[in-house]
Design a protein around this ligand. Structure first.
Ligand code: NAD
Length: 379
């Protein structure tokens, strides 16, 4: 048994439909579920550099070669540098050149296997090469398993901000193999928990209580807790993106904490030594709770309980937890305006009105925001 759980991602007008398969043997799952898609095709396997660093790439190549031999397909392998600062135009161009120089055609398949950086870059490349070639995601970090591989957002960063160039492009399927989490550095694992916790904050109070009750087992990746939280997270995300693929409404709540997070990441120039995405989201969510209480949307008691949960997952919650950040309320506000979440000149913030519920606010005036940011900075 390699697949434990399956989630269907299907939208109302049926313009996309795919499955998220959660299991413990991605190559068997791939062969079993995608043999028709892969048969006789050119397959571009774009893999995260960690395979190489941990000397796992030879096995990876062997595994894919076995499948291709059976299916009569042809493989091309390409290694991706997986830091956020490499999710840029230069690396996209190198990747596209590789794919094109190996004569990709419309029937080919592109497979991303790695963290969110790999998935976002490869997803973007798949959506634009030959105006769209099928793509399968095999996410290998917790964050990419519960978040970035689901929902079809692809993209790259520019000097103007994070993820500002990209597409909505749904994959053919997502294969989640929990064994990948065994080699994931602890810091990356904890960062992934930030997005897991987020789903409970914005959507599901019961899930919040489950996380509160089982923190230690979850952190130790014990079964069935880890499978359950991945399943629960993907299910919530799948539900939301099925209703609102292009973020015209409810999908915006998935950005809870992210306006803050993107500003912090930009301020430290995406330097992963100082901050990684999930850590930025953890601090961003704590900030969002503080602003929510400041605006009397959420009780102090509930906000405290949520910030405590973030801390119990060993994640940062304060601006001063960001190494070497030089910050002023003006600088921070300027970064907010760079974010995609600005409409008619107003910053859109996702705030909390209690555990398990979030709301979109676009009427927070600049004076209130500046005052609040000053308080945050001096905390
Ligand atoms: N598209 C979306 O909807 C969406 C959502 C959330 C985040 N994102 C993006 O995702 C990115 C962050 O993704 P991430 O947190 O996965 O980071 P990442 O892709 O940078 O991976 C983190 C590190 O872990 C290593 N790694 C990956 N899998 C491993 C494994 N199994 N064992 C050992 N090492 C492993 C990588 O090489 C890298 O050094 C950001 O660019 C963010 O903007 C996108």
């Amino acid at each position: 048994m390699t697949v434990f759980k399956k989630i269907s991602v299907i939208n109302e007008n049926k313009s996309f439909k795919y499955s998220i398969l959660i299991g413990n043997n991605f190559i068997q799952t791939l062969e079993k579920n995608f043999s028709k898609t892969l048969k006789g095709k050119k397959i571009y396997i774009i893999y995260d550099e960690f395979f190489y660093k941990l000397q796992l790439h030879e096995n990876l190549i062997k595994d894919f070669e076995k499948v291709s031999t059976k299916l009569g397909s042809e493989n091309f392998f390409f290694k991706i540098k997986s830091k956020d600062k490499f999710k840029n135009f230069d690396k996209l161009s190198i990747l596209l050149n590789f794919i094109l120089s190996h004569k990709i055609n419309r029937d080919s398949i592109i497979i991303s296997i790695g963290g969110g950086v790999t998935g976002d870059l490869v997803g973007f490349a798949s959506s634009i090469v030959l105006r769209g070639v099928k793509c399968i995601h095999i996410p290998t970090t917790l964050l990419s398993q519960v978040d970035s591989s689901v929902g079809g957002k692809t993209g790259i960063n520019t000097k103007h901000g994070k993820n500002l160039v990209g597409t909505f492009y749904q994959p053919e399927g997502v294969l989640i193999d929990i064994n990948f989490l065994k080699t994931l550095p602890e810091r990356e694992l904890l960062a992934g928990f930030a997005e897991v916790i987020k789903y409970s904050f914005i959507y599901d109070k019961k899930f919040f209580s489950y996380l509160e009750r089982n923190i230690e087992s979850i952190k130790k990746l014990k079964s069935p807790y880890i499978e359950n939280i991945i399943f629960q997270s993907c299910q919530i995300k799948a539900k939301i993106v099925s209703i609102d693929e292009k973020e015209q409404g409810i999908r915006a709540i998935l950005n809870f904490g992210h306006t803050f997070a993107h500003a912090f990441e930009n301020l430290i120039n995406y330097d992963s030594k100082k901050l990684i995405h999930g850590e930025a989201v953890a601090i961003g969510m704590a900030c969002a709770f503080k602003l929510s209480t400041h605006m009397n949307l959420c009780s102090k008691k509930e906000a405290r309980r949520c910030i405590e949960l973030i801390s119990k997952f060993n994640l940062p919650t304060k601006l001063k937890d960001i190494k070497g950040i030089k910050i002023s309320s003006k600088k921070l506000l300027d970064k907010f305006y760079l974010d995609k979440k600005v409409k008619n000149g107003k910053i859109i913030l996702i705030l909390s009105n209690g555990i398990g519920s979030a709301l979109v606010k676009n009427d927070v005036d600049e004076i209130t925001l500046k005052k609040f940011l000053n308080e945050l900075i001096n905390e």
